[in-house]
Design a protein around this ligand. Structure first.
Ligand SMILES: Nc1ncnc2c1ncn2[C@@H]1O[C@H](COP(=O)(O)OP(=O)(O)OP(=O)(O)O)[C@@H](O)[C@H]1O
Ligand SMILES: [Mg+2]
Length: 549
């Protein structure tokens, strides 16, 4: 008699779980919807903030979708995919992380209804894909082209992105800084502009008010001047950047020097001193009056530098060195012998200042800096952290528009307009694909509806009014969350970059389709570090396991 007859054949390791067909789909959709529901209430200026507590007890307060999801310890694989979508959004365009998750959740909710009507997942995926392509085309069609360096438009874009953040009270002030920073580092390539966000350093320090946040045309370094005898302020600075240590090199191998008399010790020390003095002379004769060193500086060298009136900083970060080079026009050199004078960078002022309890060195007034710094201040650590995140969003959207200069009004208006046009287009499709495409269009309405809901308005009333306004050709009719009614969003100066809207469509539809196409979830039961079996190491094997190795 065969032992296997009637028994399932196990191909998976014991403890693995498997979830198939409709069950798998429903389970994944549920998980994604849960994630969407968590971030939903954070959408828009009237959205709520979240307080997140990590395993160490550290608290983060934020309304930033990507941050909320990043700080949550999410286990479910489909839910994790939603976290990934938010992260992609953040990496690609920097804003819209809440919208993308909310929209993807809505797409899946709509898909669930279609699945209930026995529409096959591949048909839904096909309809969604077609609709997404068309939506991209329509967004482009309704967008407004602007000048890449149109400061007033960039301000509107930055202010809209900060309207939904804790720092919104001070958004005029912060938007102005952010726009200036991006315009300073934007590089023209032919007719276009390229912005590398790495060129805008954001430093933060709690202890003052948000409006004391400053744009520095240069850098602020969290280091103090190394020697008390050095000047604390140098005007018209000529700056040397050195990435080697200023000391006598220790030999690689142990060498013993036989010293037989006190004179020999003295001669040895004299020689060391002479070499260090030559080093400092070389620096000084290059014309440098400020020295920034990535490595250490010998005490004696510090003393000699101080005597020459040179301000020096040691152990600057490599990234700071690179940005300093961009900001001041200096070249980083690797030995003092390379210093001839033309490697030096320039700044109007280098000064050590007290920031809170620390001393920082400011390198300011660089001519035509290719890297700048925003020093974020704020009452508490939490505020400074959230201000930094908000500023990050603002810098991203400004960059988005400088690089691709098309915008749409916000407040759910473009979603309504595209949805309305999409519905007309979908009528040309046939069969069940049409159902899916129509659902895609309706899913887009979740953005204005959520904005309304979060503002305490009735989402259905607002939706009805929005639909009729858009039917009448009122392209920018959206949700005025402060006025509590439907308004022309362009008139309220609420604008978002086109690329953010495009990325929301692309990322949300891709992830929804990916989740829909999964009909089998096979989860390995063993994590890489299996829990100890009872009885500690070497204890009994779990039942059913083959013999140990
Ligand atoms: N004053 C306003 N009235 C109505 N809607 C607004 C206003 N200001 C911004 N919005 C809209 O709020 C939405 C953005 O909200 P929010 O910034 O909370 O989410 P997100 O950009 O999707 O994600 P995140 O900023 O967390 O990455 C956009 O649709 C934007 O047009
Ligand atoms: Mg935003």
């Amino acid at each position: 008699m065969s032992m296997l007859s009637g028994q399932p054949i196990l191909i998976l390791r014991e403890g693995s779980s498997r979830n198939k067909g409709k069950d798998a789909q429903r389970n994944n959709i549920q998980a994604a919807k849960v994630v969407a529901n968590i971030v939903k209430s954070a959408l828009g200026p009237k959205g709520m903030d979240k307080m997140l507590v990590d395993t160490m007890g550290d608290v983060t307060i934020t309304s930033d979708g990507a941050t909320i999801l990043k700080e949550m310890d999410i286990q479910h694989p489909a839910a994790k995919m939603m976290v990934e979508v938010a992260k992609t959004m953040d990496d690609e365009v920097g804003d819209g992380t809440t919208s993308v998750v909310v929209f993807a959740g809505r797409l899946l909710e709509k898909a669930e209804e279609l699945l209930d009507k026995n529409v096959h997942p591949t048909i839904i995926v096909e309809g969604y894909r077609k609709a997404a392509d068309k939506a991209l085309e329509l967004f482009d069609e309704i967008s407004i082209s602007v000048k890449p360096t149109d400061k007033s438009m960039l301000m509107k874009i930055a202010k809209t992105s900060m309207a939904s953040k804790i720092v919104r009270e001070d958004r005029d002030y912060l938007a102005d800084l952010a726009v200036d920073a991006i315009l300073k580092v934007a590089a023209k390539r032919g007719k276009e502009y390229i912005v590398d966000l790495d060129d805008v350093e954001v430093e933060k320090k709690a202890g003052a008010s948000l409006v004391e946040t400053k744009l520095i045309e240069g850098m602020a370094i969290d280091k103090e001047v190394v020697h008390t005898g050095m000047p604390k302020r140098v005007d018209n600075a000529k700056i040397a950047l050195l990435d080697c240590a200023l000391e006598i090199k220790k030999t690689e191998f142990d060498a013993k020097i036989q010293i037989e008399s006190p004179e020999q010790i003295q001669a040895f020390l004299d020689e060391e001193e002479r070499m260090l003095r030559i080093m400092v002379d070389k620096i000084s004769s290059s014309g440098a009056n400020v020295l920034i060193c990535q490595k250490g500086i010998d005490d004696l060298v510090q003393y000699f530098l101080a005597k020459k009136g040179i301000l020096a900083i040691r152990r600057a970060k490599k990234s700071s060195m690179e940005k300093l080079a961009k900001a001041t026009g200096a070249q980083i050199v690797s030995t003092v012998d390379e210093l001839s004078g033309k490697e030096l960078g320039k700044a109007k002022l280098v000064e050590e200042r007290k920031i809170g309890d620390d001393k920082w060195v400011f390198i300011e007034g660089c001519e035509n800096p290719k890297a700048v710094t925003i020093l974020v201040r704020g009452g508490t650590e939490k505020i400074v952290d959230e201000a930094e995140r908000s500023l990050h969003d603002a810098l991203c959207v400004i960059r988005d528009v400088v690089q691709k200069s098309k915008v749409v009004a916000g407040g759910g208006a473009p979603e309504m307009e595209v949805a309305s046009r999409l519905k007309k287009w979908a009528e040309g499709l046939s069969g069940r694909v049409q159902l899916a495409a129509l659902d895609f269009a309706e899913a887009m309405e979740v953005i204005p509806m959520t904005l309304a809901d979060n503002a305490g308005l009735d989402p259905i009333d607002i939706l009805v009014e929005l639909r009729s306004r858009h039917d009448k050709g009122d392209r920018w009719a959206g949700v005025d969350v402060f006025g509590g009614k439907v308004e022309d969003m362009a008139e309220l100066n609420i604008y978002d970059p086109l690329v953010v809207k495009e990325q929301i469509i692309k990322s949300a539809s891709e992830s929804a389709c990916m989740i829909l196409r999964i009909d089998d979830v096979i989860a390995s039961g063993k994590s890489s570090a299996p829990p100890m079996p009872p009885g500690g190491p070497g204890g009994g094997m779990p039942p059913g396991m083959p013999g140990g190795y």
